[in-house]
Design a protein around this ligand. Structure first.
Ligand code: SAH
Length: 359
């Protein structure tokens, strides 16, 4: 935030930076707390309406800042209560965010990028390619918009960074967003209520291990061998199964927390008993749990969801070997809000542009 620079997005500014900016302009630092409370607790984004600030301060804020807020273009409700929001960003790009009630907590599934560069074989978002990163303001903005629309600004909720995008591929803005969400004058969210899901970008995972605000971590594993995983998760060619597992073994976990391994079950591909046994061997000795995600099919995704029988057998083999295992209930499938079903049409990149981004 440079002095003289006009119209910084106030919704992406951390409180300490706002305090410094206010002080620079001759205002009291504590005004930042009031501004945070207006934006995050009361959902007020028009500085003119922040009535406990002086007229002079309001005028000065209006000169320097705007508060960018994604707008709701469309809202779909599933028979199971899940709601999918199509949100428009200030440059006209669109993203999706999902509200999942009673899981048992209230959960917001938030995007970190427009599209995604990871191109996992079974994920619809991966078909879009990466269009651009979201700013911290846009990441937190989804939480503001959903909490506002659902009258939950004063309620407790969880967030999972499992919407569109790979959070560790947009590291700095994602971490800044988590710090803003954690701010005691804003949403005051405990990191325990935040889960970051990643395909396993190992240098970024190592950085995460040293963060003061450490969310729960979920690793998208999906297969027990490099041959299988390489087919599903292109990034595996760079960071293979053994390295991912080793990084998880080293990851500093808080008391009472575990790493989650996500495993999308694909019929005939990675759902055989030998795959389950391989997975159990891999995760043995890591404080972890395995979350099985039966594939949510979608047009253009060349895989099938296994039968309930195959899913149960897979889970049983893990459980027999002492692995904590759960099967993710897919919520909102009727409105394409379930894992891997988020895509916004008309924003695709060509394969060549795509490759350039990943390299
Ligand atoms: N980029 C992050 C977040 C992705 S979404 C990551 O890879 O972890 C969260 C989970 O949904 C991931 O484990 C992802 O692999 C999974 N997923 C993607 N497509 C899916 C689909 N069609 N069916 C079920 N799960 C899917």
């Amino acid at each position: 935030m440079e002095k003289g620079e006009r119209h910084t997005d106030l919704a992406g500014v951390e409180r300490h930076a706002l305090e410094a900016a206010l002080e620079d302009r001759g205002h009291e630092r504590f005004r930042a707390r009031q501004i945070f409370q207006w934006i995050y607790r009361r959902g007020v984004t028009d500085v003119a309406a922040m009535t406990d600030l002086s007229r002079e301060l309001r005028a000065s804020l209006a000169e320097t800042f705007t508060v960018e807020t994604p707008t709701i273009l469309h809202r779909d409700t599933s028979v199971d209560g899940t709601e999918k929001f199509l949100l428009r960003l200030s440059d006209g790009r669109t993203i999706e965010s999902v509200f999942i009630p009673d899981t048992p907590a209230m959960t917001f599934c938030i995007s970190t990028q427009v599209g995604c560069a990871m191109a996992c074989a079974f994920c619809l978002t991966g078909k879009m390619g990466l269009i651009r990163n979201l700013s911290a303001g846009e990441i937190v903005g989804q939480v503001r918009v959903l909490a506002g629309a659902l009258s939950m600004l004063d309620k407790k909720f969880n967030i999972v960074l499992m919407g569109m995008g790979e959070p560790l591929h947009n590291y700095d803005e994602t971490m800044k967003a988590l710090r803003i969400l954690n701010d005691e004058y804003g949403f005051d969210m405990s990191p325990r209520r935040m889960t970051l899901s990643t395909v396993g970008i190992l240098p970024a995972l190592e950085r995460l291990a040293n963060e003061p605000i450490m969310p729960n971590v979920a690793i998208s594993l999906h297969a027990p061998t490099d041959i299988q995983r390489g087919e599903l998760v292109p990034l595996n060619r760079k960071y293979g199964v053994a390295d991912v597992i080793e990084a998880c073994r080293r990851f500093p976990l808080k008391r009472r927390s575990r790493i989650t391994f996500e495993y999308v079950l694909l019929a005939g591909v990675n759902d055989r008993p030998e795959d389950a046994r391989g997975l159990a061997r891999l995760v043995a000795g890591i404080k972890s749990k395995v979350n099985l995600i039966p594939l949510n099919p979608a047009p253009g995704i060349p895989f099938d969801r296994p039968s309930d029988e195959a899913i149960n057998r897979f889970a049983e083999i893990l459980a027999e070997r002492g692995v904590l295992v759960s099967v993710r209930k897919s919520r909102g499938r009727d409105i394409r809000a379930a894992c891997g079903q988020l895509i916004v049409e008309g924003q695709r990149k060509s394969a060549a542009q795509q490759l350039a981004i990943m390299m």
